[in-house]
Design a protein around this ligand. Structure first.
Ligand code: 2AM
Length: 466
């Protein structure tokens, strides 16, 4: 065969990635279970650069050796099915790449299976949505380093480009790539929820119109919180429904869905003993939103009263921006903390400055503040980003504003659980004393779990009650 790489799975991400790679001068074989999607893609391209195939055998035969077969199919069973089928058709030395959002433990299992047969495997996170896939995503590969060498040129050319290089680098062995992508998505959940809460305050506490809110986000996107998610938020408020002419966002049912990457981040953080409350809370917020009917019912039982709106001025705008800044830094800090601990536990050997570098373009998390974060990590400032001298001042200066915004949400009875959790997280870290002494006493009381003392060495147990 003559193709430099083959892609299986011609949903939008797969199609766009194939087009992107083909445009960079590579020949790409494509395959999809349902042939119509392959045909759909072929209508979008100059022939030659993309070779449609209609059986897996034909797909494999069209690939140059060592063959590179990339899966862009739905995470889960479909990935296992294709790996099994490919293992029958490929040869030792060939490479299988999983470009989906696979759970890292699945990737651990798959890589063992693939390498047992002498083939190479890469578990690769890809972020950037449809647009990114076509114009340059952030690519997060992990697995066999020899495998990466086979696709380095293709991936690095297909990836988004920023001033310090392509947004793609080999991250580490086994599931390192999928782990990093999972955490990326966890942070993404937190950003989205923090932004949504800011929106909720703007519309409910200040009673601003969608149009006015859109303008505020547009301004935010010229500030230190400039980021892809702020940018698309500003754009969303500009779109109106063609039928009713109302802002479309106001007509969208307030039930958030999830595919699991945020939940996995939280579950994994619990497994590794890393506190990620803001990420956890953003998963919970989506889950609560899904109980729409129940919320409607409870709201009518509760008989909410509408509070009088507050006048909105520049100061309020600054406060909300500062609150978002702190929440965003906290979300990054939590995610990076998890990556740091996981890298040790899983022996990924992750370079956190490199992780942050490849998040600077292409991906959903791209944000102006990543430059500073990268700098702080390169300087080796602190185990936890919050502690870095670079961010300490930035956060300390803005936290009183976050506190005011959280106080406002409480007073106005508007849930802002991610913003308030960001604050509680900061307040916990900066507490020299937490009430865990009482927890220890309770544990010792009912379960003889023992405790340590602040004034002397040793392990103690007390008969608290005769
Ligand atoms: P389809 O077009 O044949 O449905 C995203 O859903 C992509 O994953 C699509 O390309 C889809 O193929 C593919 N996919 C999902 N489940 C699959 C399965 N069990 N077997 C093969 N392909 C699957």
């Amino acid at each position: 065969g003559s193709c430099d790489i083959g892609i299986i799975g011609m949903a939008v991400m797969g199609q766009n990635l194939a087009l992107n790679i083909a445009r960079k001068g590579f020949q790409v074989a494509v395959f999809n279970r349902t042939a119509s999607r392959t045909d759909e893609l072929m209508k979008r391209v100059e022939k030659e650069s993309i070779v449609p195939t209609y059986t897996l055998k034909e797909f494999v035969a069209s690939l140059k050796k060592p063959r590179k077969a990339m899966l862009m199919v739905k995470a889960g069973a479909a990935v296992d099915e294709f790996i099994d089928k490919l293992l029958e058709l490929l040869e030792p030395g060939d490479l299988i790449i999983d470009g989906g959002n696979s759970f890292y433990q699945d990737t651990e299992r798959r890589i063992k299976k693939v390498e047992k047969q002498g083939l190479l495997f890469l578990g690769t996170g890809i972020s950037g949505g449809e647009y990114g896939a076509l114009h340059g995503p952030s690519i997060m590969p992990g697995g066999h380093e020899e495998g990466y060498a086979l696709v380095k040129e293709i991936f690095e050319k297909a990836a988004a480009q920023v001033e310090d290089g392509p947004c793609c680098t080999y991250l580490g062995p086994r599931s390192a790539g999928h782990f990093v992508k999972m955490v990326h998505n966890g942070i993404e959940y937190a950003f989205m929820q923090a932004i949504a809460e800011a929106y909720d305050l703007l519309r409910k506490a200040y009673r601003l119109s969608s149009e006015a809110i859109g303008k505020i986000f547009e301004e935010f996107n010229q500030s230190e919180i400039a980021s892809y998610l702020i940018e698309i938020t500003a754009k969303i408020f500009k779109v109106s429904d063609p039928e009713t002419r109302k802002p479309l966002v106001e007509l969208i049912l307030d039930q958030a869905e999830q595919k699991g990457t945020g939940k996995w981040t939280s579950q994994t953080a619990f497994d590794f003993g890393v506190p990620t409350p803001v990420i956890n809370q953003s998963v919970i917020a989506r889950t609560i939103s899904s109980f729409k009917q129940e919320r409607v019912q409870f709201a009518s039982l509760w008989k909410n009263k509408e509070a009088a709106p507050i006048n909105f001025d520049e100061q309020h705008k600054e406060k909300i921006k500062d609150a978002l800044f702190v929440s965003m830094v906290v979300a990054f800090s939590e995610g990076l903390h998890l990556l740091k601990v996981a890298s040790q536990e899983m022996q990924y050997g992750l370079s956190l400055p490199e992780v942050v570098r490849i998040w600077k373009g292409g991906c959903i998390l791209r944000a102006r503040m990543l430059n500073q974060i990268q700098q702080a990590l390169q300087n080796g400032e602190g185990e936890i980003l919050l502690f870095s001298p670079t961010f300490l001042n930035e956060i300390q200066r803005r936290t009183p504003k976050l506190r005011e915004i959280v106080a406002l949400s409480i007073e106005k009875e508007i849930p802002a659980s991610v913003l308030s959790t960001s604050l509680a997280y900061l307040d916990s870290w900066k507490s020299e004393n937490l009430p865990a002494n009482l927890i220890q006493a309770q544990r010792d009381f009912f379960g003889a779990h023992t405790y340590q003392r602040v004034d002397k060495e040793g392990v103690f147990h007390t008969i608290w009650e005769e």
